[in-house]
Ligand binder design. Structure first.
Ligand SMILES: *[C@@H]1O[C@H](CO)[C@@H](O)[C@H](O)[C@H]1NC(C)=O
Ligand SMILES: *[C@@H]1O[C@H](CO)[C@@H](O)[C@H](O)[C@H]1NC(C)=O
Ligand SMILES: *[C@@H]1O[C@H](CO)[C@@H](O)[C@H](O)[C@H]1NC(C)=O
Ligand SMILES: *[C@@H]1O[C@H](CO)[C@@H](O)[C@H](O)[C@H]1NC(C)=O
Ligand SMILES: *[C@@H]1O[C@H](CO)[C@@H](O)[C@H](O)[C@H]1NC(C)=O
Length: 367
């Protein structure tokens, strides 16, 4: 075959192969779905969900009932509409937080931005990762709560010695960040974790050490390599180590059924609406774009999903001492944050605005 022929052939073959891949992933997904739920019309499903919820309430342990009472009291005393009007963020509570495989087929996920703010260029990795995952949703027990109380636990030193643990455990949803430990720190940070936001470099290789068994592990993809890392874990493929600023775990023991991928929309909105950062740095400058931290992202996610948002462990030490510890665990100091990708003073101001508007409330005194 001549070179020209080979070229023509590959031009035809590549799209055909691509199409095969796509239909393979889709049928895989479809089979999984239809195997898992042969459960009638949406209406029947809703009825069943409601029934299950009633049954669960009946069999709930006393501590769960006291959690509901706590949640209800908080919701009743919190004037939701007022806070939202003041914020003027155009967020929809109860948003779909996680990427779904369907998005890539039916609604053709259109994105003009690449990661971390959009999916452009990472579609195939995402589809493959999503095809291996079992669910793209919050747990049913949480989804159907009429009013959701949320606690975002930051990793800041400020939470040390606060004894907030048992208070934190009472919220419907407790969000934690990265590899922040729980075991050994329960008195201050509690031990309930509904979801944990992380990226490969901040993943701990065995999430079950510090989380309860039901914790959703939510990947925040900052770059294409992050999605590729997840795909390699899910399919047990050869790990490619290039492109990370710190080696991510090569073995990761998270449960497939509990993995989710955060929709990059939320990082994009955190950057553009909450922090008002430019989404693109001008080409040909060496300036590293400032991305939001997972902490401020988690708060923005909570604004989109929860009715009541309380936070703890946010803020940086007032002290100018670069040796001052910044986390409630470990030995990282302010010095380690100096050359990060984040603009911390900017985030502190944004958080202050949220606090002043009453949209978020701190559980402890802070600077
Ligand atoms: C809550 O705030 C809204 C808007 O400011 C106001 O109209 C309403 O009366 C308030 N409700 C309560 C119970 O304070
Ligand atoms: C607010 O959200 C609605 C619905 O998602 C959208 O159509 C509208 O353009 C948004 N407005 C602004 C100012 O972003
Ligand atoms: C926390 O409490 C312990 C024991 O009481 C004490 O040694 C430590 O200095 C306290 N740390 C802070 C930051 O207050
Ligand atoms: C949290 O701590 C309480 C009290 O020590 C214990 O009963 C509960 O099982 C713990 N939950 C998790 C998820 O570890
Ligand atoms: C960080 O944000 C502040 C405004 O809050 C701005 O003045 C400063 O230039 C930013 N720093 C960097 C490194 O982007």
């Amino acid at each position: 075959m001549s070179l020209k022929n080979t070229k023509t052939w590959s031009r035809v073959l590549v799209p055909v192969l691509l199409l095969c891949c796509v239909s393979y992933y889709y049928s895989h997904f479809f089979l999984q779905r239809s195997g898992a739920q042969h459960d009638g019309t949406p209406r029947e499903r809703r009825e069943r969900d409601r029934h299950q919820l009633r049954e669960r309430r009946k069999t709930a342990k006393p501590e769960q009932n006291s959690e509901r009472a706590f949640s209800k009291a908080l919701c009743d005393s919190w004037n939701i509409s007022q806070k939202w009007e003041r914020l003027n963020f155009n967020v929809s509570r109860n948003a779909q937080l996680f990427l779904k495989l369907e998005d890539f087929f039916w609604r053709r996920y259109l994105s003009t931005l690449a990661l971390p703010y959009g999916v452009k260029g990472s579609e195939l990795f995402l589809m493959k990762a999503l095809a291996a995952m079992a669910s793209y949703d919050m747990p049913e027990t949480i989804k159907h709560l009429p009013c959701k109380t949320c606690m975002v636990v930051g990793n800041g030193f400020a939470i040390k010695n606060t004894s907030l643990g048992s208070a934190i455990n009472k919220y419907d949803i407790v969000i934690r960040l990265n590899d922040a430990p729980v075991r050994g720190y329960e008195a201050d940070v509690g031990n309930k974790t509904t979801m944990r936001l992380f990226y490969p470099e901040s993943a701990s290789y065995n999430p079950s050490i510090h989380n309860d068994p039901d914790t959703l592990m939510v990947l925040v993809p900052f770059k294409q390599q992050d999605v590729r890392w997840l795909k390699e874990i899910l399919y047990n493929e050869k790990r490619i180590r290039k492109g990370f600023w710190k080696p991510p775990p090569e073995i990761w023991l998270g449960k497939t059924s509990h993995i989710r991928i955060l929709d990059p929309y939320f990082l994009q909105q955190t950057a553009s609406r909450l922090l008002r950062l430019p989404l693109n740095t001008p080409p040909k400058t060496n300036q590293i774009p400032a991305h939001p931290t997972t902490g401020i992202l988690a708060i923005y996610v909570a604004l989109n999903y929860c009715d009541v948002i309380h936070i703890a462990g946010f803020g940086y030490p007032e002290s100018k001492d670069l040796k001052h510890p910044i986390h409630y665990y470990g030995y990282d100091t302010m010095k380690s944050m100096k050359n990060s990708y984040h603009n911390l003073s900017h985030e502190v101001k944004a958080l202050k605005r949220l606090e002043d508007s009453g949209a978020v409330v701190y559980l402890h005194p802070h600077s």
